[in-house]
Ligand binder design. Structure first.
Ligand SMILES: Cc1ncc(COP(=O)(O)O)c(C=O)c1O
Length: 511
């Protein structure tokens, strides 16, 4: 790695009044690295020195360095301190070229009726939340009273506006609130004109598939990966190309060998579903470079980016996108409550009008009242509070599941620590096939989800996903006990061996 100058003199931009200090410092350093002002190998000053230069607390600088380290922008080197990481492709560290072409405007696909599609098995709505339901947030921490107050006030104040026909893009104040949230909290670069309110990620996937894919078009999908995406792409007649994931996320090199010219890539970069790793910076940049070269779309599903425990959230892939290839989607259904059915999609400019035209042809728009209440909820700070509160609650539940599972399930289901999301993944011994474990657990009132469900090809893993977010600590303990009894009955099941608390490991080794 080339030795180069320290950057004591590097001027950082002024901090906007409404930007927290850590966010500003993180953004400035990241911008300096990606913009090439801080070159590969450049040594950063010590945290103490930088804190002194910028008149900020040293703990803030330490937290920012940790974040940049985790995301791969900087590296720690014995003897030479902290340096700018060495594997950023030049093209991404250079200033954007004036002539960078956006991805081509969409080709409208023929929807293909009758294509055999895998079934999504969602539990029936009346069957209350049981341990360990997947895909559900905890509704017990949702501030229902506040929501009711805001809804009543809205209806009193502006019924005419709310009861008339809505806007195809979504309720404008909600789009503004989402835009500002995404720019500050998720590192998404967008303006409100690119933001469309949808009923959730599923709807965004459906519209995007209809707009961008023709039957037979190749689509890269993470393997294992999210069934909701697979179902949509299969319905559209696309050719599904499963791409293995490893510790650094989607294996871009393996994908290129399988299919070098995808029309679309579906990915969960902040927290791979269902395995849980983050897409490394190197892979992020390789993927974006490929999308730019081959002019394909990337669908970024940021389904639980807000829920990272012990560590700061990982920024969106969309924030690195220089040629408008990334379609970014997020869901309030996961952050608030499942039946809300509101989410958002950030579209590259070329897709906005086609998206709205399609929407108007096949649907009308999400209910304005809920959108208006949600906009108020965000503007009054209730949303941020709810995220903070639910994050703390889920952390407690994750810890409870990890602790109880380590005590009672070791050797039967080895739970892997996670620093994010709504579920834990556990590895089963070969003597307990995950599909059979699910059936046996269901008979005892315990809901678990087999890992093998999420593979398109022969499953490479035998395990169970256990949702913890909607389950109270008491129910977690009971669920673990019942699950242990179920698994112990399998012939050849191993008895638990004592193992060390994985909580410490979770903090040290975020997945
Ligand atoms: C990977 C993934 N993406 C997206 C979603 C959210 O989809 P929707 O907003 O349609 O409810 C989920 C929900 O569980 C999910 O697991």
């Amino acid at each position: 790695m080339a030795k180069s100058t320290r950057f004591q003199e590097l001027p950082l931009g002024p901090r906007p009044a409404d930007t927290p200090i850590h966010r500003w410092l993180y953004d400035e350093l990241r911008r300096a690295i990606l913009g090439g002002r801080l070159k590969t190998g450049a040594r950063l000053p010590s945290t103490r020195e930088l804190a002194r230069q910028q008149s900020v607390a040293r703990t803030t600088v330490v937290a920012v360095f940790e974040q940049l380290l985790m995301e791969g922008y900087i590296a720690s080197q014995v003897g030479s301190g902290t340096v700018v990481a060495g594997r950023l492709p030049d093209r991404f560290t250079a200033a954007p070229r004036a002539g960078t072409r956006p991805v081509a405007a969409p080709a409208r696909a023929m929807p293909s009726a009758g294509t055999a599609a895998p079934q999504l098995s969602l539990p029936p709505p009346e069957s209350g939340v049981r341990a360990f339901r997947l895909h559900e947030p905890g509704i017990d921490c949702f501030p229902v009273q506040k929501w009711a107050q805001l809804a009543a006030r809205r209806l009193r104040l502006s019924p005419a506006r709310l009861l008339g026909r809505g806007d195809a893009r979504g309720y404008a104040p909600l789009r503004e609130a989402v835009t500002s949230y995404l720019n500050t909290a998720r590192g998404v670069h967008c303006d409100a004109a690119q933001v469309v309110i949808v009923s959730g990620t599923q709807q965004a996937l459906d519209y995007v598939a209809r707009l961008t894919l023709r039957p037979g078009d190749p689509v890269w999908l993470e393997e294992p990966g999210y069934l909701g995406a697979r179902v949509v792409f299969r319905h559209s007649g696309a050719r599904l190309v499963p791409v293995p994931v490893d510790q650094a996320g989607l294996d871009v090199a393996a994908a290129l060998q399988r299919e070098p010219d995808p029309k679309l890539v579906y990915i969960t970069p902040a927290h791979q579903f269902p395995l849980g790793m983050a897409l490394s910076l190197e892979r992020r940049l390789a993927l974006l470079a490929h999308a730019e070269r081959r002019r394909c779309w990337i669908f970024e599903d940021d389904f639980d980016g807000e829920y990272r425990y012990d560590v700061r959230p990982i920024g969106a892939l969309q924030g690195h996108d220089r040629c408008h290839s990334v379609i970014y989607a997020g869901s309030f259904n996961k952050m608030m409550f499942s039946s809300l059915r509101l989410g958002y999609v950030v579209l590259p400019p070329a897709l906005v009008e086609p998206f709205l035209a399609l929407r108007s042809a096949v649907d009308r728009y999400p209910p304005t009242l809920e959108q208006a209440v949600l906009a108020d909820f965000m503007q009054e700070g209730c949303f941020d509070r709810h995220i903070r509160k639910s994050r703390a609650l889920y952390l407690e539940r994750r810890d409870a599941l990890l602790a109880a599972g380590t005590r009672r399930l070791a050797g039967l289901l080895d739970l892997q620590p996670t620093n994010a999301g709504f579920h834990l993944l556990g590895a089963l011994p070969a003597t307990i096939p995950d599909q059979e474990a699910q059936t046996a657990a269901a008979a005892q009132g315990v809901e678990v989800t087999p890992l093998s469900n999420f593979y398109l090809t022969k499953p490479a893993g035998n395990g169970l996903l256990l949702g913890f977010a909607p389950v109270g600590v008491g129910a977690i303990a009971h669920g673990v006990e019942r699950l242990a009894r179920v698994l112990e009955k399998f012939p050849g099941a191993r008895r638990p061996a004592h193992s060390a608390s994985p909580l410490k490991k979770a903090r040290k080794n975020p997945i």
